[in-house]
Ligand binder design. Sequence first.
Ligand code: FPP
Length: 240
Amino acid sequence: MVPQSKVTSANHVAIIMDGNGRWAQQRGRPRLFGHQAGARRVREIVEACPDLGVEYLTIFAFSTENWKRTQSEVAGLMSLFRRYIAKEMQSFMRMGVCVRFIGDRVRLDEKLRQLMDDVEHLTRNNGRTNLTIALNYGGRDEVARATQRLAREVASGKLSPDAVDETTLARFLDTCLLPDPDLVIRTSGEARISNFLLWQSAYAEYEFIDTLWPDFTADVFAQVLSQFGRRERRFGADVA
Ligand code: FPP
């Protein structure tokens, strides 16, 4: 694929929503209180996307590493995801949001998986904003699962090993229906990518901002996007 020389608007923004725990701690409240505030912020950010020219928004809700947190935090997060999906289902329809999930669903409980299927099915024809929620997602895990599926096709004779290139592998990724992210934002002052969209972010721009996720308003989002608009992206090409 020929790289684009310049893109000024961020069509696909991916966000590592970090800092819920610290936000709660600053208020002397349990971590889950921060996650609940974080969940409320998601609605505001999704709602802001069309006006900001963002067609695809991908958010990191739970990583393959997050299972290492205490059992009560994990259970609280899973319950929050279930309640969030059930509660937001109608507002996704009202806002024209198409919802998808990436990550390995196998370890998620049956009720949550059912809600994920339901919201994906219900919103599948919406096209105003594409919201992808990464749940039990890890970039390396995704590449490993994709490779396993690809290897099965090779073993069955449907795919020749010589035909395997970047485009072929990308077809097997959870993100096969999404464009690559233009911009990856991480909140809370940490400058790490934490196994998020490793393959897809090869040419993404990164913004690491100090704001904790529950304080990440639509105004802050707009500021980050306008900063992005001033960057020159070369995709490995020479200066024009
Ligand atoms: C990181 O903050 C955040 C998470 C591991 C969970 C992200 C979840 C949400 C924003 C809530 C709900 C999302 C949806 C889609 C309903 P942290 O706990 O690591 O914060 P810390 O670094 O301050 O401890």
